[in-house]
Write a new protein. Structure first.
Ligand SMILES: CC(C)(COP(=O)(O)OP(=O)(O)OC[C@H]1O[C@@H](n2cnc3c(N)ncnc32)[C@H](O)[C@@H]1OP(=O)(O)O)[C@@H](O)C(=O)NCCC(=O)NCCS
Length: 222
């Protein structure tokens, strides 16, 4: 029997790419290679697949592929997402078969849902978000574009995680909280009140340690 696999190009060849490849549905995609800015010309293969270039400008026909962005950093992932959307390229979702995702979840494009993730009822996961290994998203949550939910993080009910927020490993966000855009929650934090945008919070209970201003400077708190 002849099956036609979709040609897939992965952007980013670091550790996160290993998880993505491991979670791809068997037999659905042909991984044609990677784009990675750290391309080492002496080692043109990575995980058994070629590194085709350092940038998407090196790809002849963008439309021969579908894409997945394997970059954990939210700003860098957004950069490639914006490029692919501008060029009307197709982004796939990767949902590990061990994840338990409510059938009423609305999932955007370019989303990763890793091993043993749980997504409960009435959740929206917007484009280019990462729900990493064993994270838990409770009922009614909104996970906006370019969010990264790290391993084992717990987001309780009706939480709004705004665009580009980074939620560290093993952190807990209590119910009905708003996590501001491009904020950072440190590993192991317990978040008991809203987090301001562009602010890093750590600890139990979580407290701000630094806030990034519009001009890029950091203001240290406390
Ligand atoms: C919060 C975080 C982003 C801060 O990183 P940073 O800006 O480089 O900050 P620093 O390491 O300089 O730490 C600044 C201060 O915060 C403290 N701190 C840093 N991370 C902390 C954490 N998770 N919990 C408690 N305190 C923390 C440091 O001890 C330091 O305190 P001090 O000034 O009294 O010495 C980072 O430590 C973190 O937790 N990242 C998440 C890692 C993660 O979960 N990765 C997921 C991979 S899937």
């Amino acid at each position: 029997m002849i099956t036609s696999h979709k040609k897939l190009l992965l952007i980013g060849a670091g550790g996160y790419a290993k998880s993505v490849i491991d979670s791809l549905p068997h037999g659905q995609y042909d991984i044609c290679g990677f784009i990675d800015k750290y391309k080492n010309k002496k080692l043109p293969m990575h995980l058994g697949h070629p590194i085709l270039g350092v940038s998407l400008d090196e790809i002849d026909d963008l439309y021969q592929y579908c894409y997945f962005i394997c970059i954990g950093n939210n700003e860098d992932r957004k950069y490639y997402y914006d490029f692919l959307k501008r060029n009307k390229c197709k982004l796939i979702n990767v949902v590990d078969p061990t994840a338990v995702v409510s059938s009423n979840t609305k999932i955007g494009e370019g989303v990763f849902i890793g091993k043993m993730v749980i997504v409960n009822s009435d959740v929206i996961v917007e484009d280019n978000a990462i729900l990493n290994t064993r994270s838990l998203v409770e009922h009614g949550c909104r996970i906006r574009k370019h969010v990264n939910l790290s391993t084992n993080a717990v987001i309780n009910g009706d939480v709004f995680v705004e665009e580009g927020a980074f939620i560290g490993s093993c952190s807990v966000v209590n119910g009905q909280i708003r996590v501001g855009q491009w904020s950072t929650i440190g590993a192991g934090a317990v978040v008991v009140k809203d987090v301001n945008e562009y602010t890093t919070v750590v600890g139990v209970p979580a407290k701000p340690i630094v806030r990034r201003m519009l001009d890029g400077t950091d203001i240290y708190c406390g």
